[in-house]
Design a protein around this ligand. Sequence first.
Ligand code: IMP
Ligand code: MG
Length: 178
Amino acid sequence: MPDVIIHRKTFTPFIPADKIQEQVTIAAKQISRDYAGKRPLILGILNGSFMFAADVFRQLDIEAEISFIKLASYKGTSSSGNIVTSIGLEENLHGRHIIIVEDIIDTGKTLHAFLPEVLQRQPASVKIAAFLTKPAALQFDVHADYFCFEIDNKFVVGYGLDYDGLGRNLPELYILKD
Ligand code: IMP
Ligand code: MG
């Protein structure tokens, strides 16, 4: 696979599409096993998770629902820092088994800020499925219950992840060349 150039930065092939699909299948099997009979609601966080969420969802062999939301963050008025609110969350989460699907947990800030909003709606359970995690970048107490790859603290694109809007359509993962 050749390098790709996005906004004048060079990215080099990192994880091929077949390796990605192998791990997605494993995650989908785990989720199917853990949620049989529970009719989980998969909550995909747009935009980054759309590809991972679709691929995992397609491979679930249990009853499951899916919905997508966007998160918007803004500065809180108190010293609480950033507040994250969801856009498009219309489902009733009360008593439901929720699986939040993210493209990547980087610092963990986004999910750390969003989780209280989910918990406030009194779901039966909440777990997180992330396509990628970057343990060395983590700054908040958030962990993925399901993930496909743990990667170094480097910038990646492809499989839904973007660099300034581009690169999401690449079926494999690319990493920024230094
Ligand atoms: P966090 O709040 O720091 O965990 O950041 C999560 C969000 O940052 C992800 O949903 C991505 O949109 C974005 N992000 C973090 N690292 C990368 C990366 O390496 N490539 C593309 N997007 C990233
Ligand atoms: Mg992004």
